[in-house]
Design a protein around this ligand. Structure first.
Ligand SMILES: Nc1ncnc2c1ncn2[C@@H]1O[C@H](COP(=O)(O)OP(=O)(O)OP(=O)(O)O)[C@@H](O)[C@H]1O
Ligand SMILES: [Mg+2]
Length: 259
């Protein structure tokens, strides 16, 4: 059975998609025999687009899988999953996932649609990463319920630090109302710039609050990480010897130890 990790934070722009895509690409590149699926449950479609998937031309996508009758799920998964040249399998989305949000929210068992769908293919993968949207709506709930661990990226801003309370509250809601215990695999400091007081202060506050649950790896704020998606590439193709690739490779090893 695959290990399943959701990348979640309700705050936008913290590096969820950068982390999901680069982790997925790193697992394929450095753990050669491992099979990796990246699920994009964010209607922004950032994960697929960042790894070069033409997300505006999808004939079948995650929304179709989520709404499928059980006997169609396998076929739709097969039609929807696309492989990148780097070898990451992606179950992509685009804005049409948002268009279907009300319909999906009305389905019986709405919180477990992704979990149900993944059970049909998870035997084919070692790792499944799920990139969440920046909210705690039905799609994030599906991701949290389908996963057995969560990675929480936090950017080095005051607002990012404030958002932690909301994230913890959201995890409590899922635990209390949906009887699903969330295991935080780790909290990840992202977009760190050691020249800035705000980066150092936010990192220190996070370390004080989370202790061992913080990843030791810190993702630096780099131009190369921000421009890689515009080439449809992970950081390992775009700048293999730079600080971003080094950090994401370290993170991959740390995730594998804690997962
Ligand atoms: N370490 C980094 N250094 C520089 N730029 C980064 C870094 N991580 C992410 N970015 C850039 O910051 C922006 C937001 O990153 P990303 O899309 O990964 O965040 P997100 O949390 O997935 O956002 P959303 O909540 O909208 O889904 C993007 O333009 C991305 O390229
Ligand atoms: Mg994103």
């Amino acid at each position: 059975m695959a290990q399943k990790l959701a990348i979640f934070n309700m705050k936008g722009g913290v590096g969820k998609s950068a982390t999901a895509t680069n982790l997925a690409a790193g697992l394929v590149k450095f753990k050669k025999k491992k099979r990796v699926l990246l699920v994009d449950i964010d209607p922004q479609g950032t994960s697929g687009a960042s790894l070069g998937i033409p997300i505006w031309k999808l004939e079948t996508q995650l929304k179709d899988v989520l709404q499928s009758a059980p006997e169609e799920t396998q076929t739709l998964l097969k039609a929807a999953i696309v492989s990148t040249p780097g070898g990451v399998d992606i179950l992509p989305s685009n804005i049409l996932l948002a268009v279907e949000e009300i319909a999906i929210s009305g389905l019986p068992g709405r919180e477990n649609l992704l979990k149900r769908a993944l059970s049909a293919i998870e035997a084919q993968y070692d790792y499944i990463l799920i990139d969440c949207p920046p909210n705690i709506g039905v799609f994030s709930i599906n991701a949290l319920k389908a996963s057995d661990g969560v990675l929480v990226p936090v950017d080095m801003s005051y607002v990012g630090l404030l958002g932690i309370r909301g994230v913890e509250y959201a995890f409590d809601l899922v635990k209390n109302f949906l009887e699903h215990e969330i295991r935080i695999v780790g909290v990840l400091a992202t977009r760190y710039d050691g020249r800035k007081n705000i980066s150092r202060d936010v990192l220190k506050s996070l370390q004080d609050h989370f202790g061992d649950r913080m990843f030791k790896t810190i993702i630096p704020d780099t131009v190369k990480i921000s421009e890689a998606p515009s080439f449809g590439s992970s950081i390992f193709e775009h700048d293999p010897n730079g600080a971003g690739a080094k950090a994401y490779r370290e993170l991959m090893n740390e995730v594998l130890k804690r997962w």
